[in-house]
Design a protein. Structure first.
Length: 238
């Protein structure tokens, strides 16, 4: 009996080796992943981080990550039927309002975030600048008119391509993307009755590309400001 008890104590004392082996395995996997990412381009690395964030239900947010509120990073849960109908009707009105402007630089889509109104930077801003081009003010006014008096939350997001900026106004693409988003936000505040607490502002710089940055057309698509009209059932503070 004494021998059997002593043998059991010996086995128990070595159980830490199992946990230690698991830790070493995970650490090795992490270093392999980091090495693999270091060998990729910046676009591929960004896509990899977004994929990992999606896996843990988090998304990049103002330079970091935050847990999602009912949706994953890019896919997310589907909109409710009522939200989908409302946003579809709003999209139809927006598309009709900007249709009278040839080459308006405005495109729309509906995804898990809500209704996304994309403003092409090539049309709305001079290169390296954050002021709205005077020729595009009537277009933005038409968009603002369709958004006015809506109770929804609005997210204004700025994006650039990865080409380094070279001027005295902005230190990098992070600042440029945030400044452009802020310009659009302030225009909406000045021309509509939308309350300030209905807005969220974010600048993502060259990250979250929607097209291939290796071509001029792709980079042009990535330079944009998005006005995201959140679903109507999303409450303030969420």
């Amino acid at each position: 009996m004494d021998h059997e008890e002593g043998g059991g104590g010996h086995d128990s004392s070595e159980r830490w080796l199992v946990s230690y082996a698991d830790f070493i395995t995970l650490l090795f996997a992490l270093f392999v992943l980091l090495y693999a990412l270091s060998m990729q381009s910046s676009d591929q690395v960004n896509r990899a981080w977004v994929a990992m964030a999606t896996g843990v239900s988090a998304r990049p947010h103002r330079g970091g990550t935050r847990p999602e509120l009912g949706e994953t990073a890019r896919g997310g849960t589907s909109l409710s039927e009522a939200s989908s109908k409302m946003l579809t009707a709003t999209r139809r009105n927006l598309d009709g309002a900007v249709a009278k402007f040839p080459n308006s630089g405005v495109s729309t889509k509906i995804d898990s975030r809500g209704l996304v109104v994309s403003l092409a930077a090539a049309r709305f801003f001079a290169s390296g600048e954050a002021e709205i081009a005077p020729t595009q003010l009537p277009v933005l006014a038409a968009v603002a008119q369709q958004l006015d008096h809506r109770p929804n939350l609005f997210e204004i997001d700025g994006f650039t391509d990865p080409v380094p900026i070279q001027n005295s106004h902005f230190r990098d693409n992070w600042e440029l993307s945030a400044a452009r988003a802020a310009t659009v936000l302030r225009y909406l505040l000045a021309t509509t009755a939308i309350a300030p607490d209905q807005f969220v502002l974010a600048g993502y710089g060259p990250y979250r590309a929607v097209a291939d940055n290796s071509t001029e057309d792709g980079r042009a698509m990535n330079r944009r400001v998005e006005i995201v009209i959140r679903p109507p059932d999303e409450k303030h503070g969420n």
